[in-house]
Each structure stands twice: as C-alpha cells, then as structure tokens.
Design a protein around this ligand. Sequence first.
Ligand code: FE2
Length: 369
Amino acid sequence: MSQPVLEAKTDARAITGIDHIELYVGNAYQAAHFYRNAFGFAVTAYAGLETGVRDRMSYVVEQGEVRLVLTSGLAPESPIAQHVHLHGDGVRDVAFTTADVHGAYARAVANGARSVAEPLAMEDARGVVTRATIGAFGDTIHTFIHRGEYQGTFAPGFRAVTDAPPPVPVGITGVDHVAVSIVESEFARWVDFYVEVMGFHESQHEMVFTTRSRMNSKVVEDGSGKVRFPIVAPSGGNGKSQIEEYLAFHRGCGTQHIAFGCDDICGAVLAVRERGVGFISVPDSYYEMLEARVGAVDPDRMARLGESRVLMDSDDWGVLLQTFTRPLQARPTMFVELIERQGARGFGGGNINALFEAVERDQAARGNL
Ligand code: FE2
C-alpha cells in the first residue's frame, strides 16, 4: 500500500546515500578479522591508541560501496563498552552522506530530532571532514557526514591499513537496505520520524502473517531511493516471533539486519558458507513449491538456487533472490542478508510465509504437526 508523500520538512535530497554503518562490538580487532575472512571485506583504516585516539579502537572494512566501521571501547566506563554491555554487538550509527551537514542537522533538529552532536569540523593535515549527529530508534544514531576535499584515509584520527593480507571479495556491491526492529508501541512514532523529520517517504506497507506470529511492516526511503529502511514491529504478538526474540535480547529497538546487494548471490552464498558462516536452513519442499508461487523457473536457475539454498520472490517489477545468515554474535539479534535484485523493488515478504509453509510441510511429513 502506497501512502501519499507528505510535504518533506527536511530536504531528503540533502542525503545522497549511506556513508558508513558503525557497529559497536566487544572486540573490533576480531570483528574486522571476521568480516574480512567471512565476507571478503578489505580492512582499510584503523584508529586507536597508535593514532592518538585514547578511548576506542576502530577498524574500517570495505567492499563495493559498503563501508563498515567496527568500534570497541577501551575502558569499562566507556559509553561504547556500555552499549555493548546492554545490547551486545550491533549497529550504533547509520551515517548518511550529505553535502550540507549544517542544513541537514538543523532541519532534523527543528523538526523534532534529538541532537547528539552539533556540527563539528574535524581537521588534520589532509583536510576537513564535517559531521553532526542526531538520535533515532533505540540507542541508534544517524550521523550526517561530508568529506568534501578530504584527502586522508576515512577521517582524522584514522590511518590507512596497508599490511593486511588482500581480501578475497565475494561480490558484495552495496547496502541494499537496513532493516529495523521496533517495539509495537513505538512503530508509528518511528515511521513518522523518517517521514516528518527526515523527509523520507513510505514506499510499502504490509502485514506479514505466519501461523505463529503477526508483524507490521512499513518501508521508508529517502528521495534518492538509495537509503531504505524496512521497519518491522510485532503486531498483537505472543512473544514467539523473530522480531520479539530480537527485541528481548537486544533490549529494545535496533537494527535487525543489514542487507548487502550482490550481482551473483548464489556464488556469494556458496563462498561465504564455505568460509564457515551459517545461513538459515531451507528445506527441499521450499523449492518444490517455488514455481507455484513465482511462476516457471529456468531449470539451470532452479539447480543453482537449490545448490546454494537461495530464496526467490517476485513482484510487479521483477524478481529478487535473497537469503539470510544466522545471527552473527552471541545474542540472537543482528544478521546479514544477501540480496540480488533483478528488477524487483520488494523485500521478499512472500518468502516469509513460503518458508513457514515449507517447514510445516516437512513437519507434517514427519507426523509432527
Ligand atoms: Fe531484508
């Protein structure tokens, strides 16, 4: 269901994409190792004691247009360490690229956003990076960042990492979307935040039903279409849905998954699985029911999907291929989605029911339903 676009109070065109996503983690050194070895990211920049940063260690890892910053605090009273203590490893900041940090920040705050950090010009011998930060859902923040003519590595305080072994990329090209888990009572508030404060618009709305749970889902996206947040909340839940499990273990609203776009998802999934990352299990019965849902599938494609256990969905615009890792930290919270779009604009809602039906069909075959 499309909603009429409300008059944007913040100029969403001021945002031109996701600059980076920062995760607060217990051990940034080992997290960088994980993203390099498991997903093929290049470790490109470092900040810490050796670069004059006294309170934290950060590694920047990159692949395609994706840039993750993995940060750990260096003391127990560090807000970074406390964030990890409360939430576990997870996303702290989804940072937006903008040419106008002051304007984007001022408009957001004027429209009701909580200020976290006023505009600040960070300068070193290589130039200036300007940033400002507002609060969003849970303990998540959005930083507006402008690099301008900055010639250094990532930002002042960082230095280039040149001695890491070269990564073996798996073909990740960019951040397709960032999915957000919200408690039921705050669902409308945070959808409104992206529309009213950020000037995004609602592009999709669906209720997702399975036999065991009900979820309310809306998608908000910026004017460029590059920043997309599916926002999901339980709806009259019984405490058993995946969203409720996330909210219980994360201790509130947060980023449920980051979806990385890729050009050859089947190859990417086989490579990532080979490196030891676990994915959701998809029963054979999912593929037996696939053509009844999405229409005829080329036999070669069907074989590739079956081999890599990748899911397929279709909408009015085309098809999408996707799958999901298991949670990537101790708590059953954040995970990664890999997605390949062939025209489709959806997020794979059809797969949720199809997966449940497939699992239940297998259960029934075992006489356990
Ligand atoms: Fe997703």
